[in-house]
Each structure stands twice: as C-alpha cells, then as structure tokens.
Design a protein around this ligand. Structure first.
Ligand code: SER
Length: 340
C-alpha cells in the first residue's frame, strides 16, 4: 500500500494552528493531517484532510500516522504554556519534552522510510531565556540566542532542552553507528515572542496580559493587568507568527547557520499596550492588579531580542510593527469578531 503525502500539525486546535491551517489550506496541493487532543473548530476541520484526535504522548497514534502518510513537514505546535506548566510541572514535562521526543522519533522514522529529510518546525519561546534581575534585563537590551540560557520556568526549561534535542537529531543522531543516520530530521526552531491573535485568546501563558487586555476591551469587559505598567517583553502579531513558520520551513537548508532563531517584531510596555487599546476603545476599564509571582516570570524574559541571524539567513522581516499590528490587524478584526 502506498502512503499518501501530507503535512503533520500537532496541537492544531491551538492559537498558532488556527492561523497556520488557514494559510496552508490556501495551497491545496499537500494534504494536512492534524493531531490534537481537542477537536478542531468545524470551519478549520473542513480545511484538513485528516483530523486525528489523540495525544503526542501516545506513540501508537504516531505509528498509525507513520503507516498511512508520507510526511515531509512537521509543525509541532502542541505544548503546555508557561503559567499552566508551573502548576503541573511533571505533566508539562511529559507533554512538552516526552511528546517532542516522540515527534522527533516519528520524523526520524519518516525520513528513514521515504529517504528525504523531514523539515521539523518547532516553536520555542522567549521563555528559553532567564535574566536574573531587572537591572541585568535593562542592560542586556536585545539578547542574542546564546545569552542568558538559564530559564526559570518548567516551560522554558522544556523548550530549551527540546531545541537541543532537535539539534541532536539533525546533526549528531546515533553518531557512533556504522552508517550515518543523522540529517533525516531537518530541525528548525524559532523563539517566538508573545503572540497576539485577533481570532483566539491564549490560555495558560504568561504573556497573556496583552491579548487579554485587547480582547476584554473589545468585549466591553473590565480587565486588571497582572504585570506592572513598565513591564516590557517582545510581542508579535499572529499573521507574522504564521509567516515566520512558513518562511523558515521553505528556506534553503544550506542558508541556515542555526537550529534555533530569535524573531522580533515590537516590544511595548504593558502601559503602551493599554494606551493603544484605549485609543480604539476609549471607555475600556483597564486597570492593574499585580501578581508578583507571574510578574517574576515576565521579568526574567528579555525586553527585546536580537534577530539579526534570522534576518540574514532566511530574510525574516515582520510585516506588522506595533502601530500597524493594531490599526490594520488586531482592532479591525477583533471589532468584527465581537460584533457578530
Ligand atoms: N506565550 C508564551 C507563554 O506565556 C511564551 O512563549 O507561555
């Protein structure tokens, strides 16, 4: 029996999956296979060839996909985010690390069976960084990939370690075996900033204050931001987040000097986000109620990232700066969404 070609997306019902499926489905040439513990929204479900309900922690589910599909691209989006992971660190490790290990093995087997490298897209995070205090954060400015790799969260540890696992599969897998076996997994990771979508609201993250503020204002609900007004981390509009994955997926392999890249777009303070939201929703009830512990996590993340490697190697350049993200994407789409 011949296997059918396909692109595999894990965690497809999540925020990035939503945008990615809509984009990939525009090009109908390669069927999309999704794996998620939750159902896709019906509109999205229609865009995919096969929707599998199952967990990345179940190797049998992956074996079934292996038996049926010839996968050349894996977008491994499934993960527990940073806040949620702090409440259940062992489960977070199981999903974020062991789940990723299963996917890397899956990609290795795919590569061995069809003979082509499997491009493996992995969204890592600014949570992979851990800056020790605010003074160091202010002095550090735009951090480079190899700096401050000392995350304080379970999620950050998981992401950083999985970046290394991916690099291992890509470059050193079974390095003592007689036949060369590495290179079957073409691992490509990006350290995403906080992502802001007009269509979905995140759950369980610590950069959630920005999207929560915007969506609450649009719905006419009061919102108390859990970080201080001066808190600053990088953010990106979701269409650029999807663009990052597609651009990196199709970049020529020989151009890639790294297996994990920073990508930046804009880095407003919480107060700057509040201001720009108030410009569009003047009556919005947006206040502050500091959560010292979640604040600690955000303070350990960089204020900005140096993404010069992504720009030089595969031409990364965001379409949406802070103003444009709000005026041309977030505000009009969110208004439309809640007007329904
Ligand atoms: N948005 C993520 C989180 O807050 C960071 O990658 O967990």
């Amino acid at each position: 029996m011949l296997r059918r070609p396909g692109i595999l997306i894990t965690g497809a019902s999540g925020e990035i999956g939503h945008g990615l499926i809509s984009r990939l489905a525009q090009d109908r040439s390669t069927p999309i296979v999704t794996l998620d513990v939750r159902n896709l929204e019906p509109d999205l479900g229609k865009m995919v060839h096969r929707e599998i309900i199952g967990s990345i922690t179940d190797p049998a589910a992956l074996d079934r996909i292996l038996a049926e599909f010839d996968i050349d691209h894996v977008y491994h989006l499934a993960a527990y985010l940073s806040t949620r992971s702090e409440f259940t660190p062992v489960t977070a490790h199981e999903v974020n690390v062991e789940g990723t290990m299963n996917l890397l093995e899956f990609a290795q087997k795919q590569g061995e069976s069809h003979g082509r490298p499997v491009v493996f897209l992995y969204p890592s995070s600014i949570a992979a960084y851990g800056l020790p205090d605010l003074e160091t954060k202010a002095k550090a400015g735009k951090v480079r990939e190899e700096e401050f790799n000392t995350p304080t969260t379970m999620y950050g540890c998981n992401k950083l370690y999985c970046e290394l696992l991916g690099r291992y599969y890509a470059r050193h897998y079974k390095q003592l075996s007689a036949e060369p076996l590495s290179g079957k997994v073409d691992f490509r990771a990006v350290r995403f900033p906080g992502l802001i979508s007009a269509v979905t609201v995140p759950s369980g993250g610590t950069s959630d204050y920005a999207p929560e503020m915007i969506h609450a204002a649009a719905k006419g609900e009061a919102y108390a931001c859990f970080v201080r007004p001066d808190t600053r981390i990088p953010f990106m509009a979701m269409p650029d987040g999807v663009e990052v994955l597609l651009k990196l997926a199709y970049a020529p392999r020989e151009r890639l000097s790294k297996t994990a890249y920073n990508v930046g777009a804009f880095n407003p303070s919480a107060e700057e986000v509040r201001h720009i939201v108030l410009e569009s929703f003047p009556g919005a009830n947006l206040t502050y109620a500091n959560d010292v512990k979640r604040q600690g996590i955000v303070d350990s993340w960089p204020g900005d990232v140096n993404d010069s490697a992504a720009r030089a190697d595969w031409g990364w350049a965001p379409q949406y700066d802070f103003r444009r993200a709000f005026s041309e994407y977030l505000i009009p789409m969110i208004r439309e969404r809640y007007a329904k």
